[in-house]
Design a protein around this ligand. Structure first.
Ligand code: DHB
Ligand code: FE
Length: 278
Protein backbone atom coordinates (compact mmCIF):
# COMPACT_ATOMS: atom_id res chain seq x y z
CA UNK A 1 0.00 0.00 0.00
CA UNK A 2 1.12 3.54 -0.66
CA UNK A 3 2.03 5.30 2.58
CA UNK A 4 1.89 9.09 2.76
CA UNK A 5 4.80 9.96 5.02
CA UNK A 6 4.37 13.71 5.06
CA UNK A 7 3.83 16.98 3.32
CA UNK A 8 6.21 19.82 2.56
CA UNK A 9 5.31 23.33 1.51
CA UNK A 10 7.83 25.72 0.04
CA UNK A 11 7.87 28.86 -2.06
CA UNK A 12 9.20 28.38 -5.61
CA UNK A 13 10.70 31.77 -6.47
CA UNK A 14 12.77 31.69 -9.72
CA UNK A 15 15.50 33.91 -8.20
CA UNK A 16 16.17 30.97 -5.84
CA UNK A 17 17.06 28.84 -8.88
CA UNK A 18 19.65 31.44 -9.82
CA UNK A 19 20.97 31.65 -6.25
CA UNK A 20 21.35 27.83 -6.22
CA UNK A 21 23.22 27.91 -9.55
CA UNK A 22 25.57 30.57 -8.11
CA UNK A 23 25.90 28.77 -4.74
CA UNK A 24 24.94 31.92 -2.82
CA UNK A 25 23.99 29.92 0.29
CA UNK A 26 26.11 32.04 2.68
CA UNK A 27 25.29 35.40 1.10
CA UNK A 28 23.62 37.63 3.77
CA UNK A 29 20.51 38.13 1.63
CA UNK A 30 20.03 34.41 0.99
CA UNK A 31 21.32 32.76 4.16
CA UNK A 32 18.13 33.16 6.28
CA UNK A 33 16.19 31.53 3.44
CA UNK A 34 18.54 28.62 2.68
CA UNK A 35 19.15 27.96 6.40
CA UNK A 36 15.54 26.80 6.66
CA UNK A 37 16.10 23.73 4.49
CA UNK A 38 18.66 21.42 6.22
CA UNK A 39 16.18 20.09 8.83
CA UNK A 40 13.79 19.12 6.02
CA UNK A 41 16.62 17.49 4.04
CA UNK A 42 17.66 15.55 7.16
CA UNK A 43 14.10 14.27 7.56
CA UNK A 44 13.98 13.28 3.86
CA UNK A 45 17.35 11.48 4.20
CA UNK A 46 15.95 9.50 7.12
CA UNK A 47 12.48 8.72 5.71
CA UNK A 48 13.64 8.25 2.07
CA UNK A 49 10.34 8.62 0.17
CA UNK A 50 10.14 6.70 -3.12
CA UNK A 51 7.89 9.22 -4.83
CA UNK A 52 7.17 12.95 -4.56
CA UNK A 53 3.77 14.26 -5.64
CA UNK A 54 4.59 17.85 -6.63
CA UNK A 55 1.59 20.18 -6.56
CA UNK A 56 2.53 23.45 -8.27
CA UNK A 57 1.32 25.86 -10.92
CA UNK A 58 2.81 26.18 -14.36
CA UNK A 59 3.56 29.85 -15.13
CA UNK A 60 3.56 29.75 -18.94
CA UNK A 61 6.18 27.13 -19.82
CA UNK A 62 4.01 24.07 -20.56
CA UNK A 63 0.62 25.82 -20.58
CA UNK A 64 -0.01 29.33 -21.80
CA UNK A 65 -3.03 31.64 -21.67
CA UNK A 66 -4.37 30.21 -24.95
CA UNK A 67 -5.03 26.82 -23.32
CA UNK A 68 -4.92 26.73 -19.52
CA UNK A 69 -6.20 23.59 -17.78
CA UNK A 70 -7.60 24.08 -14.29
CA UNK A 71 -5.97 20.81 -13.18
CA UNK A 72 -3.33 18.81 -15.08
CA UNK A 73 -1.38 15.74 -13.99
CA UNK A 74 1.79 14.45 -15.64
CA UNK A 75 1.86 10.79 -16.70
CA UNK A 76 5.30 10.61 -18.31
CA UNK A 77 8.47 8.62 -17.67
CA UNK A 78 10.39 11.90 -17.42
CA UNK A 79 9.74 15.62 -17.21
CA UNK A 80 12.09 18.04 -18.88
CA UNK A 81 12.96 21.54 -17.78
CA UNK A 82 13.28 24.33 -20.35
CA UNK A 83 14.46 27.92 -20.42
CA UNK A 84 11.69 30.15 -19.04
CA UNK A 85 13.53 33.41 -19.61
CA UNK A 86 14.49 34.00 -15.95
CA UNK A 87 18.16 33.27 -16.70
CA UNK A 88 18.06 30.06 -14.63
CA UNK A 89 20.32 27.35 -16.11
CA UNK A 90 18.25 24.52 -17.60
CA UNK A 91 18.63 21.32 -15.56
CA UNK A 92 18.39 17.63 -16.56
CA UNK A 93 14.98 15.89 -16.73
CA UNK A 94 13.22 14.52 -13.65
CA UNK A 95 12.18 10.88 -13.36
CA UNK A 96 8.43 10.08 -13.44
CA UNK A 97 6.28 7.18 -12.25
CA UNK A 98 3.57 7.02 -14.91
CA UNK A 99 1.68 4.00 -13.49
CA UNK A 100 1.09 5.89 -10.23
CA UNK A 101 0.21 9.03 -12.21
CA UNK A 102 -2.53 7.14 -14.08
CA UNK A 103 -3.82 5.66 -10.84
CA UNK A 104 -4.13 9.16 -9.36
CA UNK A 105 -5.78 10.49 -12.54
CA UNK A 106 -8.30 7.59 -12.52
CA UNK A 107 -9.22 8.31 -8.89
CA UNK A 108 -9.50 12.07 -9.43
CA UNK A 109 -11.71 11.66 -12.50
CA UNK A 110 -13.86 9.11 -10.63
CA UNK A 111 -14.20 11.75 -7.91
CA UNK A 112 -15.51 14.15 -10.60
CA UNK A 113 -12.41 16.33 -11.04
CA UNK A 114 -11.77 17.14 -14.70
CA UNK A 115 -8.08 16.41 -15.19
CA UNK A 116 -5.92 17.11 -18.23
CA UNK A 117 -3.60 14.09 -18.43
CA UNK A 118 -0.17 14.88 -19.87
CA UNK A 119 2.06 12.21 -21.36
CA UNK A 120 4.56 14.97 -22.08
CA UNK A 121 5.09 17.89 -19.75
CA UNK A 122 7.80 20.49 -19.35
CA UNK A 123 8.23 21.58 -15.72
CA UNK A 124 9.02 25.16 -14.75
CA UNK A 125 10.45 26.83 -11.62
CA UNK A 126 7.27 25.96 -9.70
CA UNK A 127 8.39 22.32 -9.84
CA UNK A 128 12.19 22.52 -10.32
CA UNK A 129 13.18 25.00 -7.61
CA UNK A 130 11.53 23.01 -4.77
CA UNK A 131 13.00 19.72 -6.07
CA UNK A 132 16.49 21.27 -6.11
CA UNK A 133 16.02 22.81 -2.66
CA UNK A 134 14.88 19.53 -1.11
CA UNK A 135 17.20 17.12 -2.97
CA UNK A 136 20.41 18.96 -3.85
CA UNK A 137 21.93 15.53 -4.50
CA UNK A 138 20.15 14.31 -7.66
CA UNK A 139 21.08 10.67 -6.87
CA UNK A 140 18.73 10.70 -3.87
CA UNK A 141 15.86 12.47 -5.64
CA UNK A 142 12.67 10.34 -5.80
CA UNK A 143 10.48 9.85 -8.88
CA UNK A 144 7.86 12.56 -9.24
CA UNK A 145 4.22 13.04 -10.20
CA UNK A 146 3.64 16.68 -11.24
CA UNK A 147 0.20 18.12 -10.47
CA UNK A 148 -0.50 21.53 -12.02
CA UNK A 149 -3.23 23.80 -10.67
CA UNK A 150 -4.05 26.96 -12.59
CA UNK A 151 -3.31 30.07 -10.51
CA UNK A 152 -2.27 32.15 -13.51
CA UNK A 153 -5.51 32.98 -15.30
CA UNK A 154 -9.02 33.53 -13.91
CA UNK A 155 -11.32 31.74 -13.37
CA UNK A 156 -9.46 29.55 -10.87
CA UNK A 157 -10.70 26.58 -8.86
CA UNK A 158 -11.78 27.56 -5.35
CA UNK A 159 -9.50 26.79 -2.39
CA UNK A 160 -12.06 24.29 -1.07
CA UNK A 161 -12.16 22.45 -4.40
CA UNK A 162 -8.35 22.27 -4.41
CA UNK A 163 -8.43 20.93 -0.84
CA UNK A 164 -10.86 18.22 -2.00
CA UNK A 165 -8.65 17.37 -4.98
CA UNK A 166 -5.88 16.80 -2.44
CA UNK A 167 -8.15 14.39 -0.55
CA UNK A 168 -8.76 12.49 -3.78
CA UNK A 169 -5.00 12.30 -4.43
CA UNK A 170 -4.47 11.07 -0.87
CA UNK A 171 -7.08 8.32 -1.32
CA UNK A 172 -5.44 7.27 -4.60
CA UNK A 173 -2.01 6.96 -3.00
CA UNK A 174 -3.39 4.87 -0.16
CA UNK A 175 -5.08 2.47 -2.56
CA UNK A 176 -1.89 1.97 -4.62
CA UNK A 177 -0.98 -1.74 -4.29
CA UNK A 178 2.80 -1.35 -4.08
CA UNK A 179 4.52 -0.66 -0.72
CA UNK A 180 5.93 2.78 -1.39
CA UNK A 181 6.55 5.88 0.71
CA UNK A 182 5.15 9.08 -0.74
CA UNK A 183 5.84 12.70 0.19
CA UNK A 184 3.48 15.41 -1.05
CA UNK A 185 4.85 18.85 -1.93
CA UNK A 186 2.75 22.00 -2.20
CA UNK A 187 4.82 24.74 -3.83
CA UNK A 188 4.33 28.49 -4.29
CA UNK A 189 3.12 31.33 -2.08
CA UNK A 190 2.99 32.82 0.28
CA UNK A 191 1.84 36.42 -0.26
CA UNK A 192 3.15 38.13 -3.38
CA UNK A 193 2.00 40.29 -6.24
CA UNK A 194 4.28 40.67 -9.24
CA UNK A 195 2.45 43.27 -11.30
CA UNK A 196 -0.12 46.05 -11.27
CA UNK A 197 -0.65 48.82 -8.71
CA UNK A 198 0.08 46.56 -5.74
CA UNK A 199 3.29 45.06 -7.17
CA UNK A 200 5.54 44.14 -4.24
CA UNK A 201 2.60 43.58 -1.85
CA UNK A 202 3.44 41.19 1.01
CA UNK A 203 1.19 40.41 4.00
CA UNK A 204 3.21 38.86 6.82
CA UNK A 205 0.25 38.55 9.22
CA UNK A 206 -1.76 36.67 6.64
CA UNK A 207 1.17 34.40 5.78
CA UNK A 208 1.80 33.48 9.42
CA UNK A 209 -1.94 32.86 9.92
CA UNK A 210 -1.86 30.45 6.94
CA UNK A 211 1.20 28.64 8.32
CA UNK A 212 -0.61 28.22 11.62
CA UNK A 213 -3.96 27.04 10.25
CA UNK A 214 -2.61 24.69 7.59
CA UNK A 215 -1.50 22.31 10.37
CA UNK A 216 -4.80 21.64 12.19
CA UNK A 217 -7.46 23.87 10.65
CA UNK A 218 -7.10 23.70 6.85
CA UNK A 219 -10.91 23.93 6.55
CA UNK A 220 -10.69 27.56 7.70
CA UNK A 221 -8.26 28.31 4.86
CA UNK A 222 -10.42 26.35 2.41
CA UNK A 223 -13.31 28.70 3.28
CA UNK A 224 -11.54 31.61 1.56
CA UNK A 225 -12.59 32.52 -1.98
CA UNK A 226 -10.01 33.10 -4.72
CA UNK A 227 -10.74 36.84 -4.52
CA UNK A 228 -10.20 36.79 -0.73
CA UNK A 229 -6.74 35.42 -1.48
CA UNK A 230 -6.06 38.09 -4.10
CA UNK A 231 -7.09 40.77 -1.58
CA UNK A 232 -5.16 39.40 1.40
CA UNK A 233 -2.18 37.70 -0.25
CA UNK A 234 -1.78 39.52 -3.58
CA UNK A 235 -2.60 38.40 -7.11
CA UNK A 236 0.00 35.60 -7.02
CA UNK A 237 -0.79 34.74 -3.40
CA UNK A 238 -3.49 32.53 -4.92
CA UNK A 239 -0.70 29.91 -5.06
CA UNK A 240 -1.77 29.11 -1.49
CA UNK A 241 -4.22 26.65 -3.09
CA UNK A 242 -1.24 24.39 -3.80
CA UNK A 243 -0.49 24.27 -0.08
CA UNK A 244 -4.14 23.39 0.59
CA UNK A 245 -4.13 20.65 -2.03
CA UNK A 246 -1.05 19.14 -0.37
CA UNK A 247 -2.77 19.36 3.02
CA UNK A 248 -5.86 17.60 1.65
CA UNK A 249 -3.67 14.62 0.70
CA UNK A 250 -2.47 14.12 4.30
CA UNK A 251 -4.84 11.50 5.59
CA UNK A 252 -3.59 10.84 9.11
CA UNK A 253 -2.50 12.69 12.23
CA UNK A 254 -0.53 15.72 11.07
CA UNK A 255 2.32 17.12 13.14
CA UNK A 256 4.40 20.15 12.27
CA UNK A 257 8.07 19.16 12.49
CA UNK A 258 9.68 22.31 11.11
CA UNK A 259 8.90 25.69 9.61
CA UNK A 260 10.73 28.80 8.40
CA UNK A 261 9.44 32.16 7.18
CA UNK A 262 11.50 34.95 5.69
CA UNK A 263 10.62 38.23 3.91
CA UNK A 264 11.28 39.33 1.35
CA UNK A 265 12.82 36.84 -1.04
CA UNK A 266 12.50 38.58 -4.37
CA UNK A 267 8.86 39.79 -4.17
CA UNK A 268 7.56 37.04 -1.93
CA UNK A 269 6.89 36.06 1.66
CA UNK A 270 8.88 32.81 1.60
CA UNK A 271 7.41 30.02 3.72
CA UNK A 272 8.65 26.50 4.37
CA UNK A 273 6.89 23.79 6.37
CA UNK A 274 7.42 20.12 7.08
CA UNK A 275 4.28 18.24 8.18
CA UNK A 276 4.53 14.61 9.25
CA UNK A 277 1.57 12.34 8.45
CA UNK A 278 1.26 9.49 10.96
C1 DHB B 1 8.34 35.34 -7.86
C2 DHB B 1 7.55 34.44 -7.13
C3 DHB B 1 6.84 33.43 -7.79
O1 DHB B 1 6.04 32.53 -7.17
C4 DHB B 1 6.96 33.29 -9.17
O2 DHB B 1 6.31 32.28 -9.76
C5 DHB B 1 7.74 34.18 -9.90
C6 DHB B 1 8.42 35.21 -9.25
C7 DHB B 1 9.12 36.43 -7.18
O3 DHB B 1 8.94 36.69 -5.98
O4 DHB B 1 9.97 37.04 -7.85
FE1 FE C 1 4.85 31.30 -8.67
Amino acid sequence: MGKIVGGITTSHIPAVGNAIAREMFQDPYWKPFFDGYPPVRDWLAEVRPDVAIVIYNDHGLNFFLDAMPTFAIGAATEYRNEDEGWGIPTIPPFKGKPELSWHIIEQAVADEFDITSCQQMAVDHGFCVPMQLLWPDRDTMPAAVPVHINTVQHPMASPSRCHRLGQSIGAAIESWPEDIKVVVLGTGGLSHQLDGERAGFINKDFDLMCMDKIVDRPDELAAFSVLDLVRDAGAQGTELVQWLTMRGALTGKVTKLHSNYHIPISNTGAGLMLLENA
